[in-house]
Design a protein around this ligand. Sequence first.
Ligand SMILES: CC(C)(COP(=O)(O)OP(=O)(O)OC[C@H]1O[C@@H](n2cnc3c(N)ncnc32)[C@H](O)[C@@H]1OP(=O)(O)O)[C@@H](O)C(=O)NCCC(=O)NCCS
Length: 211
Amino acid sequence: MPLYKVISHDIDTQVFIWKITELESELKETVVLKEKHQARLDGMLSEQHRKGFLSVRKLLQAAGYEDEDLTYDANGKPHLSDGKHISITHSYEFSAIIISTKNVGIDLEMKREKMIKIAHKFIETEFDFLDTNHQYIEQLSVIWGAKEALYKMCNSRSLSFKQDMHIQPFSLIDDTGKALVDCKELDFASQFTFHFESFENYTLVYALEHE
Ligand SMILES: CC(C)(COP(=O)(O)OP(=O)(O)OC[C@H]1O[C@@H](n2cnc3c(N)ncnc32)[C@H](O)[C@@H]1OP(=O)(O)O)[C@@H](O)C(=O)NCCC(=O)NCCS
């Protein structure tokens, strides 16, 4: 299936989601990569990673861009040549990008049991409000996704998921929540809004700066 869904968040911000059902060869046929990105693709050992990477180029096309328009900074954060902001995510059979005039971050998480086991690695203050008896994996997916999205937006390797990022109590019935990023080391503190939605077995979370 090609383009799975487009979310028009506001006039300047769109999310594009791809469901990867194509063969790798089918994706390759319609994508032109610059040399640097071709070398990266050639170095990927997993077919799933290669398909994720190629499907992101299909999403770029859907948004009116080419691989040529995309560059990465030293941290691995992607940038567009026209100055618009972009964030990228891929997870198993889905990939997604968000493009905006504002700084943005996006993440896709597959809802799975494993999240319960590793929750202590990315959650601290949130344990105070988490309801472990009711849609626990769904709640964990939103928190993890929100922290990954904020991490990508803030683009600092110094940010700790546990110590510096605090998701405020939220309800799964809503599609939005608030998070505090408070990093003493960077002397940075700010509150952010994030947005989430579920489809199939995945949770998509994205955040915009100054929202
Ligand atoms: C880099 C990182 C954000 C990628 O997230 P992920 O969930 O593993 O993978 P995703 O598919 O969602 O995102 C990958 C994309 O993020 C983007 N990305 C990578 N580094 C980035 C950065 N520093 N800032 C913004 N975006 C970044 C890239 O576009 C990449 O895809 P591409 O290289 O194919 O274009 C993540 O691996 C990471 O380092 N997280 C923080 C580490 C941490 O503390 N984790 C604790 C969890 S227990």
